[in-house]
Design a protein around this ligand. Structure first.
Ligand SMILES: [Zn+2]
Length: 337
């Protein structure tokens, strides 16, 4: 029997987005310019962001592509630039609802091929909490959020109602780096993606750990992208900082940050078997999940082929490829066989 493979980190976008800029009367919202067959330009106002292929929106094309790597299911969420955290609360709410309805429809149509994560207006927790309930009702199993919310860190008490609601409803959380710190100073060499992104994820993790979020909300099920970014790779330094300057680091939480490893999940996107071995050791093999960042070129578009080639025990591979993701999302394997 072939092993079930669930790719838990992929992005999807509706083929047609409303013109929110015209509707709401200010810019920053993403629109798609379908300038040629099978391709679109993502635009923010008149500013070009990225050219995307139809595998960003076409569910059948995606299935054909991921099947080539023996993958049966994709967990889908939006492309972080669509979060619209800058928007006024009611507008952010509307954008989130639109994105969530699209993914919910996809999941209804392809229940064996797609699992959906929603978007919430993090800038407006009262609306976010409402949308969390709706997310649950329309069949999505969690949310994807950014590593910072318009510069605010995830330890801020204003986000507590969101964590509390996720816990109550049993919704999982995927923290994705975005809006990279320092990007204005490092436009050259793709540095926001190579340097800023891993730092953003570590920023989110350190904020949540030092802010005591995992202690206040012990049943929160959080997964961090790109194998935790730079967090696990620099954990020695983070722990040492906690020990040598508790007056700076341990002001809100007396626990050693290392104790939190294995309480959250991380994906396996390291592009480096040695690093993944280290992460499996420190996180435990039950807390590492198969992700690809499909369909973007910085992702692992061979969807875990390198994991297969690491000479890991077959049970560990199966845990990474499906069991750990099912546990994170609180789903049953039978639904996908
Ligand atoms: Zn991603």
């Amino acid at each position: 029997m072939t092993m079930l493979k669930i790719d838990m980190h992929t992005h999807i976008i509706p083929k047609n987005l409303p013109d929110w800029q015209s509707k709401f009367g200010y810019d920053g919202f993403v629109r798609l310019d379908h300038h040629k067959d099978k391709w679109a330009r993502m635009m923010q106002g008149d500013k070009f962001f990225r050219e995307i292929n139809y595998n960003c929106w076409d569910p059948e094309a995606r299935i054909q592509e991921y099947k080539k790597y023996q993958t049966q299911v994709q967990v889908v969420c939006t492309i972080p630039i669509l979060f619209a955290y800058f928007a006024r609360p009611e507008h952010g709410f509307e954008v989130a609802k639109f994105l969530n309805n699209e993914i919910a429809e996809l999941v209804v149509k392809y229940p064996k091929n797609y699992i959906g994560l929603g978007t919430i207006p993090m800038q407006a927790p009262e609306f976010a909490v409402k949308e969390l309930q709706r997310i649950k009702d329309i069949g999505l199993v969690g949310i994807q959020i950014g590593s910072n919310i318009e510069g605010k860190n995830l330890n801020e008490p204003e986000f507590y109602p969101i964590w509390e609601t996720c816990e109550k409803l049993g919704l999982a959380v995927l923290v994705h780096p975005w809006n990279m710190m320092g990007k204005e100073d490092m436009g050259r060499y793709w540095l926001p993606w190579l340097v800023g992104m891993p730092a953003e994820t570590s920023r989110a993790m350190c904020s949540m750990i030092f802010g005591g979020v995992f202690d206040k909300f012990p049943n929160l099920r959080v997964n961090f992208c790109h194998a935790s970014g730079s967090f696990l790779a620099t954990l020695g330094r983070i722990e040492h900082g906690f020990k040598c300057r508790p007056d700076l680091v341990a002001i809100d939480n007396p626990n050693n940050p290392r104790e939190y490893c294995g309480k959250f999940w991380v994906d396996c996107i390291t592009h480096d078997p040695e690093m993944l071995k280290y992460i499996l050791k420190i996180q435990g093999s039950k807390k590492v999940t198969l992700g690809s960042d499909y369909p973007f070129p910085l992702g692992d578009l061979e969807i875990g082929k390198f994991v297969n080639e690491m000479n890991l025990d077959k049970n560990i591979i199966e845990d990474i490829f499906c069991n750990n993701t099912l546990e994170w999302l609180n789903l049953k394997k039978d639904s996908y066989l």
